[in-house]
Design a protein around this ligand. Structure first.
Ligand code: NAI
Ligand code: MG
Length: 358
């Protein structure tokens, strides 16, 4: 029979993004090779990012989204380099794709891997496993505001950065979190806001959470302020299963979660357009890591874990589980990059994961 074909757009972009996307592609090539012709990935690679910006004055071409639209998924590295202001690179590429393709759900599992030392002593003898669900289309990253109000040139400049919360936007991400909780052993959703201080948008979020929760009586709930939740990540993470939060709050909490799991280099993520009107995008949580880029020593596991999330989204759950199991077998064997206390380079970890696919 003809293979099931998946068209994947690869955007390695900057720094270690190029190294980890190559690692993830090698793992997916191995998945294809061992599928006996059942699965085929058709790759198209795009050279967008900070080098493209140096030449063209933009991070991706004007019609870039059109070039991506017909793909089944996007596999992304990281964007950002010291030669381009970070807000220009982030808005010019990653956020353009997330917002242009209405990828309103950003899923960031916090996974504790065998053989990886967590800075949390509790992790040694406690089962820890939770998922941060990040609202990915509005909130604090709505891009709403302006500068140069007030007295210019006299240190009197004023900037306004407004958040946008819509009831539709809140409801869809909260429902997504509840639906996800129902698939997990621990059926619980923790909603995170700062609604004592942010009395409009985040109170709308809280109200929506309470309303939606009524439709899921089988799921345990809690509403926690973000400052308290950051403490809870450290002190009582065993109480967490699905944590749903606004764009900025979830961004910060998920970095904390990945650090607690051992390294930012381990964390995977999916930017989903759950209606599947547009392609979804899969990327490690980390950035371009200019401090270690080009040395071949970065941790590829965040990107390879993101490839597993992509397989799941493409309807290949067995292959997704296989990749995740190979990651776990590899860390358990002690094959680790130096950010998690090892001596192996990116290539050695990638090859070990491929070998552990069986
Ligand atoms: P970063 O995530 O690039 O690096 C933070 C720290 O984590 C560094 O010490 C780095 O060496 C380490 N690290 C990151 N990934 C690693 C990996 N795979 N293996 C081992 N260690 C790893 O964050 P930073 O330094 O704040 O930002 C650097 C650039 O990346 C900036 O231009 C920023 O805007 C951009 N960025 C892009 C993101 C994206 O494209 N999604 C996300 C975060 C930052
Ligand atoms: Mg972040």
């Amino acid at each position: 029979t003809a293979p099931q074909k998946f068209r994947i757009a690869a955007i390695p972009a900057d720094g270690v993004g190029t190294e980890v996307v190559a690692a993830g592609r090698a793992v997916l090539d191995a998945i294809e090779a061992r599928s006996d012709g059942r699965v085929a990935f058709e790759w198209q690679e795009f050279d967008w990012g900070s080098a493209y910006y140096a030449e063209h004055g933009m991070l991706m071409p004007e019609d870039g989204l059109d070039a991506l639209r017909e793909h089944d998924a996007i596999y992304f590295g990281a964007v950002g380099w010291p030669t381009v202001p970070d807000h220009v690179s982030l808005w010019g590429l990653r956020l353009k794709i997330c917002q242009g393709f209405d990828q309103w759900a950003n899923i960031r599992p916090v996974t504790f891997l065998p053989g990886i030392t967590s800075p949390l002593r509790k992790a040694d003898d406690t089962e820890l496993d939770w998922v941060v669900v990040r609202e990915n289309s509005e909130g604090e990253y709505a891009g709403f505001g302006g500068r140069n109000f007030g007295a210019r040139g006299d240190k009197g400049e004023v900037a306004v950065q407004s958040s946008v919360f819509t009831e539709v936007g809140c409801e869809r991400i909260i429902r997504f979190a509840f639906d996800l909780a129902r698939t997990r052993a621990h059926k619980k959703v923790s909603s995170v806001t700062k609604s004592n201080a942010q009395q409009y948008g985040m109170v709308l979020w809280d109200d929506t959470f309470r309303r939606v929760a009524a439709d899921y009586p089988d799921v345990e709930t809690e509403s926690v302020l973000v400052d308290a939740m950051s403490a809870k990540f450290v002190l009582h993470p065993e109480d967490l299963s699905v944590v749903v939060a606004s764009n900025l709050n979830a961004d910060i909490l998920s970095d904390l979660g990945s650090a607690l799991a051992g390294s930012l280099g381990l964390a995977a993520s999916a930017n989903l357009n759950p209606q599947r009107h547009y392609p979804s995008m899969f990327e490690p949580v980390h950035g371009s890591a200019p401090d270690i880029a080009g040395q071949g020593v970065c941790n590829p596991i965040g990107a390879i874990g993101s490839a597993a999330l992509m397989l799941e989204h493409l309807g290949l759950p067995d292959e997704a589980k296989l990749v995740q199991a190979a990651i776990e077998a590899t860390t358990a064997q002690g094959v680790r990059t130096r950010d998690v206390g090892g001596t192996a380079n990116t290539e050695a970890v990638t090859q070990a994961i491929i070998a552990n696919l069986g």
